[in-house]
Design a protein around this ligand. Structure first.
Ligand SMILES: [Zn+2]
Length: 193
């Protein structure tokens, strides 16, 4: 089961350079003042950069696989998913722990997670879901500095030999397809007040 809690050890859970180039953000760090050492903060800054430079918002969000932007949190697809529909719910605030978040932000994180649980169920009809936080590198967090909650649809037998032995998973749909399905399903499931 170790694999389940380690697929997000990759540095570029947000798609890294490919996402940046789709958003028109300079690859050279020195050319872009939005750069930080955090992939989540960089991703949101890159989306804002693209929108401020004229890219339609929906197009910029598609480029980053950004499923939703709330007041204090956003939802993004994991660019290296464990299963199709593998999401992350992430606060804008760069904090390492749930306890460090303002209560209001933590509440929105939970409301978004509840919504994503429903939307994943609608879209994928999984037999189970993993909803979870890894706090700190020792707990398996790939991006230890910035809190993020994983939501992963699960099916019996989806921990197959490929993922265990070869660190490779055979996924039945592209990130673009996942993004579109989730966005469409969210229209019918507004966030709770
Ligand atoms: Zn950050």
């Amino acid at each position: 089961m170790e694999h389940l809690w380690t697929p997000w050890r990759f540095d570029y859970v947000t798609g890294g350079d490919r996402t940046r180039s789709r958003l028109g953000v300079p690859q050279a760090l020195s050319e872009w003042p939005g750069e930080t050492n955090c992939v989540f903060c960089n991703m949101i800054a890159a989306v804002d950069h693209a929108v401020n430079h004229g890219m339609p918002r929906a197009e910029a969000e598609a480029a980053a696989y950004l499923v939703e932007r709330g007041k204090s949190c956003f939802v993004v697809l994991n660019a290296f998913p464990y299963n199709s529909g593998h999401l992350m719910v992430v606060p804008y605030r760069h904090e390492q722990s749930l306890a460090a978040l303002p209560l209001e932000d933590a509440n929105e994180m939970l409301r978004m997670t509840r919504r994503m649980e429903r939307v994943l169920h609608t879209v994928y009809r999984p037999h189970g879901q993993n909803l979870g936080l890894n706090l700190g590198q020792a707990a398996g967090a790939g991006v230890a500095g910035h809190l993020h909650l994983h939501a992963v649809p699960r099916w019996p037998g989806d921990t197959n030999f490929m993922s265990v032995l070869a660190d490779t998973r055979i996924l039945p749909e592209t990130l673009e397809q996942s993004w579109r399905k989730l966005r469409e399903a969210m229209v019918d499931d507004p966030i709770e007040p």
